[in-house]
Design a protein around this ligand. Structure first.
Ligand code: PPS
Length: 284
């Protein structure tokens, strides 16, 4: 149960992401021009972004988000179930993925399909995932945060290295069909981010519709929405105390990293992310 699949040198949770599906996504899946693809490294705020996009699509009407599980509204392409849903789905399709760029369907790169890539401070994504997997029967649990930091910095975690993920997908950042967002900006100015997404999608919403998107995608509403808070996950996969909606804050890593861990992380970050322009990452 706690096994990894290793595909092209990257680890994936074996019971959610079969090797065969990864092969299909890479070599067979055809991206369509009217697809909208949400891409993230795990724990970057993926489900928050899905909720916002769904609400923009319904002009703030919460009926859809309150009646259909989030993973059926925007299936995960690399999961066996999500892949099967997507290949049968009529367009325009909304889909989600944590895949690094080099494992994604090659058809994306000659398509006009829109992509939203959401990035979060890797320290916060790390802490979020550390607490998440401790309550989950999906992948091997680390014995301490220190161990998990070591695995994370080496890329020995599901979906591989944060650094490679970001470097890979950010190479598309100048493309017109590629929008880069940051969790930190979403937190500081959620309405500004919602408007940015509307502009990118060519959607015009009235002020009351925008307010409704803001309201129903808030941390509190999502926490209480059983279609979005992962309470519908298969019971055998989760342990007591499991939650997707943990804190929803920025810089929680400061409550958990020791000074030595923070310094070790900074060192690797500076080395691996060298070459990006100053100000590229809002938390640096
Ligand atoms: S996953 O499992 O990789 O798809 O998780 P993901 O959705 O990417 O990230 C989970 C973290 O996002 C936080 N979250 C939110 N923050 C603010 N507002 C809203 N509405 C919201 N929804 C989800 C969630 O709490 C997880 O972060 P942590 O730091 O663990 O709280």
């Amino acid at each position: 149960m706690l096994d990894y699949t290793c595909f092209e040198g990257i680890l994936f949770p074996a019971n959610l992401v079969p090797k065969e599906t990864l092969q299909n996504v890479c070599n067979k899946f055809v991206v369509k021009e009217d697809d909208l693809i949400i891409l993230t490294y795990p724990k970057s705020g993926t489900n928050w972004l899905i909720e916002i996009v769904c609400l923009i699509q319904t002009k703030g009407d919460p009926k859809w988000i309150q009646s259909v599980p989030i993973w059926d509204r925007s299936p995960w392409i690399e999961t066996g179930k999500g892949y099967d849903q997507l290949i049968k789905m009529e367009g325009p399709r909304l889909m989600t993925s944590h895949l690094p760029m080099h494992l994604f369907s090659k058809s994306l790169f000659s398509s006009k399909a829109k992509v939203i890539y959401l990035i979060r401070n890797p320290r916060d994504a790390l802490v979020s995932r550390y607490f998440f997997i401790r309550k989950l029967n999906i992948v091997k649990k680390p014995d301490s945060l220190g161990t998990y930091i070591e695995w994370f910095l080496k890329g020995n975690v599901a979906y591989g290295s944060w650094f490679e993920h970001i470097r890979g997908w950010l190479s598309m950042r100048e493309c017109d069909n590629f929008l880069v967002l940051y969790y930190e900006d979403m937190k500081k100015d959620t309405m500004g981010t919602i408007k940015k997404i509307c502009d990118f999608l060519g959607k015009k919403l009235e002020p009351n519709e925008l307010n409704s998107v803001l309201k129903y995608s808030s941390f509190q509403f999502m926490k209480e929405n059983n279609m979005s808070n992962y309470s519908l996950m298969e019971k055998e996969l989760i342990l007591t105390g499991f939650t997707l909606m943990r804190k929803g804050t920025i810089e929680d890593w400061k409550n958990h990293f020791t000074v030595a861990q923070a310094e070790a992380f900074d060192k690797v970050f500076q080395k691996k992310m060298a070459g990006f322009p100053p100000g590229m990452f809002p938390w640096e």
